[in-house]
Write a protein that binds this ligand. Structure first.
Ligand code: FE2
Length: 190
């Protein structure tokens, strides 16, 4: 399970967020106002690229890892609750389970080399699923990807390197009250 501690005290930008975070979130708000919904993830992923290239983006507080599992830090929570920007810190050996998302997402690698495994899902009896790995991508800083809601982009992210990984995730959902609200957890058939 991910670190379940509340990840933001208030809406808006984290008090120590870099100016590049503010600029990116302004851009996302503009994209959401002006772009057809099905084009939003790709446009947000494009806007994420310069943020991923910004040196010193995260202060020490926002780079803190979790001891038992990966750690989420909210960098910005949209006051209108349209989206949330989260940095996730992955220590070596940490990763997610196989999951889908409840809303669109645009994700990028800020630091390190995570793996992303993609799955084709089939529902079987009892609401359980069979997940067959279709692709495994060894990512590098600057790489971006988009995720559609539901189980069509089921995946797993993990850090099998010897170094810390930091990824940035923009989700079309408010995650202040419940950081795990974005995830659809699967019960896998054995
Ligand atoms: Fe995910």
């Amino acid at each position: 399970m991910p670190d379940a501690r509340p990840c933001a005290d208030a809406y808006g930008a984290h008090a120590r967020a870099h100016p590049a975070v503010h600029a990116f979130c302004d851009t996302v708000e503009q994209i959401l106002r002006t772009t057809p919904a099905d084009e939003v993830p790709d446009r947000v992923a494009e806007a994420l690229a310069p943020v991923l290239a910004t040196e010193g983006l995260l202060c020490d507080e926002l780079r803190e890892p979790g001891a038992a599992t990966y750690r989420k830090h909210v960098l910005f929570a949209c006051p209108e609750k349209h989206f949330t920007l989260v940095a996730i810190v992955w220590q070596p050996g940490q990763g997610t389970d196989i999951h889908g998302h409840t809303a669109w997402g645009a994700v990028g690698v800020y630091e390190g080399h995570p793996n992303v495994a993609c799955y084709a899902c089939e529902e079987v009896e009892g609401g359980r699923h069979i997940a067959r790995e279709t692709k495994n991508i060894h990512c590098a800083p600057g790489d971006t990807a988009t995720v559609r809601p539901g189980l069509c982009d089921t995946h797993r992210i993990y850090n099998e390197s010897d170094d810390v990984v930091i990824t940035l995730h923009t989700y079309g959902l408010d995650l202040v009250a419940d950081p795990d609200a974005i995830n659809i957890h699967l019960t896998l058939a054995s």
